[in-house]
Design a protein around this ligand. Structure first.
Ligand code: ADP
Length: 265
């Protein structure tokens, strides 16, 4: 970078032009650095489950398969790791589609209140933890144009995280608020929270506050990065607020036109 600096200065003599060129170079370098880091991350994320599987398979091949007490457990580990790799590769494929803009939203007009309630119902029916759900949703329909499959994936991911990090007896609060030209959806938990300095980074690919913990829970570290791509594709925003030790809230918005019929107030 410094070498470029002096050459450019000699040719042009203009400091203004020099700043622009420097900026260009660092931008390109940053893209290249991000790319390398991404490839390193992917390799690492795949190597971890693969080496685990290799050890377990080796042990099985060396005789553990004959041991009725341990063989089922060893097979289960290899199965879990295989499933994680499938999840990871699916997530990567999805992100690569976003990167190459090779995706289409199949939007429909849906009542968001009903759509959201159904997803919450599904989690409420199947959750195994002692966590209570609180809904602060309008009692009337709110029509938005969304790709329901993609939005389901976004919301599933946020709720799964909220449950993962909820303490026993905790509460998860779901909220939908109408703003002038958008609706704001939030999902709040009472979990461990996220340190302020890490808050924006949770939407980055492979970023986890606690790598070991995320892995143990089967996470790929890509869920919120995908959520961000999907919300952005819907012209919305996604962000988080958090207080350490108190809990986390994930917010996102969707464009919304309040029509005459919708305005019940
Ligand atoms: P993961 O597969 O690790 O869950 P995500 O992209 O969904 O990946 O989330 C990225 C990271 O953000 C998580 O590893 C975790 O550190 C943090 N995170 C996400 N949601 C929460 C939450 N509700 N409470 C605390 N930390 C969270």
């Amino acid at each position: 970078l410094r070498a470029n600096f002096s050459v450019i200065q000699k040719d042009t003599g203009f400091v203004n032009g020099l700043i622009a060129v420097l900026h260009d170079i660092t931008e390109q370098e940053k893209i290249e650095m991000d790319r390398r880091e991404f490839v390193a991350n992917v390799s690492h994320e795949l190597r971890t489950p693969l080496t685990t599987m290799r050890s377990y398979l080796e042990a099985l091949a060396e005789g553990a398969w004959q041991d009725a007490d341990i063989a089922p457990h060893f097979l289960e580990v290899t199965q879990t790791e295989t499933e994680r790799m499938i999840r990871l590769v699916n997530d990567l494929l999805q992100l690569s589609k976003f990167d190459s803009r090779d995706y289409q939203l199949t939007k429909k007009d849906v009542d968001f209140t009903e759509f959201f309630n159904r997803i919450i119902d599904r989690f409420e029916m199947t959750k195994s933890q002692d966590v209570t759900f609180k809904r602060k949703l309008p009692r009337y329909p709110i029509y938005v144009e969304i790709d329901t499959d993609k939005l389901t994936q976004v919301i599933d991911n946020i709720i799964s995280n909220a449950l993962k990090y909820s303490p026993e007896g905790g509460q998860v609060t779901f909220k939908v608020e109408e703003k002038s030209d958008k609706i704001e959806i939030s999902i709040r938990d009472q979990g461990m929270g996220i340190p302020k300095k890490n808050l924006d980074r949770i939407f980055e690919r492979f970023y986890r506050v606690d790598r070991a913990r995320s892995r143990k829970m089967g996470g790929t570290g890509l869920g919120l990065a995908i959520a961000k791509e999907m919300i952005t594709a819907h012209d919305g925003h996604i962000w988080a607020t958090s207080v350490e030790g108190k809990g986390t809230t994930i917010f996102f918005t969707l464009p919304y036109e309040m029509s005459q019929e919708d305005d019940w107030s």
